[in-house]
Write a protein that binds this ligand. Structure first.
Ligand SMILES: [Zn+2]
Length: 343
């Protein structure tokens, strides 16, 4: 699999990647919108799957690729790392007797997520509006490109069977999986899965490698604290939610990014700049050259908007379609403003 889900040549190899000691990563290049990773931990006679992708077809493909390692160790446990659909809408493909768990914060947020039916409608609408001239067409084409590889019409939601507060230890086939809720950061309920006997940690969307992260929840200090907590666990192999497999260096790079962006957003805020203007200035700064090379830099706009809300003492971003649409309109504007600057 040397292509992205949209069929373009990919920057790195995807599919089922062995990490050693009975652990695997399922990697979807290049790690942009919806191109989420997942994981597999195989024990003695039982396995655990970490996340189930954005639609059932993708999850089916993944479980088929996992058939070899799980032949004598069926999937008995699944963990959903957070409430974003690209990490759990494939749940219905799991064996019926597999138990699914998540953090209590993520479980609550799942009830507030846009439904697959709503996403299918959005996908259809953006297909139409993408043909319009001007800004409506621009936003339509942007969102259509993001949703194109997925089939939301055939997603039956299967919610987790239970949830935990703070942290939990799960046993699968004689192995311990340490679950810890480290949000709010990317979302309200981000959890990590640490497999101490393998030195492997599934960081989900607390870590993006070579891809611009998105902060839907924040605050930024809480995300930085989460990254420090990940580093303290001393895992040599760390699987991001998006992008290729990394390790502590990639976690430190993510921490540097947030430290840099926090300062840049504060400076823009002091100048009274709104999110769109602030984002274009921040990304245009020579200091941002390395970060502009990360995939989808235009979505910095979302994190800047959320960080400004925190600075102004506003509550979390309302999870309405209108608010998201306004954000994506601005994301598409940033994309245009960056123009040919992007490699
Ligand atoms: Zn994600």
């Amino acid at each position: 699999m040397h292509t992205t889900l949209a069929g373009a040549p990919s920057a790195f190899e995807g599919g089922l990647r062995p990490l050693g000691s009975g652990t695997w990563a399922w990697i979807q290049p290049d790690g942009g919108w919806g191109e989420a990773n997942a994981g597999l931990v195989v024990g003695d006679g039982a396995s655990a799957v970490i996340d189930t992708l954005w639609d059932q077809r993708r999850c089916r493909e993944m479980l088929a690729a996992m058939a070899g390692p799980t032949a004598d160790a069926p999937v008995r446990l699944a963990i959903n790392t957070h409430a974003d659909g690209d990490h759990w809408w494939g749940n219905a493909e799991l064996p019926a007797d597999a138990r699914i768990t998540t953090s209590s914060e993520a479980r609550t947020a799942m009830d507030e997520e846009e439904t697959p039916r709503g996403m299918a409608r959005l996908r259809r609408l953006t297909g139409l509006s993408g043909r319009l001239p001007g800004r409506a067409g621009e936003m339509g084409r942007y969102v259509r490109g993001m949703l194109e590889p997925f089939d939301f019409r055939h997603v039956d939601l299967r919610l987790p069977d239970d949830s935990f507060h703070g942290s939990a230890t799960e046993e699968v086939g004689g192995r311990a999986l340490e679950l810890r809720m480290l949000g709010p950061a990317h979302t309200v309920g981000d959890l990590i899965v640490h497999v101490p006997d393998a030195g492997v940690l599934y960081a989900a969307d607390l870590l993006f490698v070579g891809v611009t992260p998105v902060m839907w929840a924040g605050p930024v200090d809480s995300w930085i604290a989460a990254l420090n907590a990940i580093l303290a666990l001393d895992a040599g192999t760390i699987v991001p939610g998006h992008g290729p497999v990394g390790g502590p260096d990639e976690v430190r790079a993510m921490r540097d990014y947030w430290t840099w962006l926090e300062q840049a957003v504060a400076a823009q805020h002091r100048m009274g700049h709104k999110a769109l203007e602030a984002t274009i200035e921040i990304l245009g700064d020579p200091d941002a050259a390395a970060y502009r090379r990360w995939l989808v830099p235009e979505r910095t706009l979302i994190s800047v908007s959320v960080m400004q809300r925190h600075l102004e003492g506003d509550g979390p971003l309302p999870r309405t379609t209108a608010v998201r649409a306004a954000l994506f309109d601005q994301v598409a504007s940033v994309r245009r403003a960056l123009g040919d600057d992007l490699g």
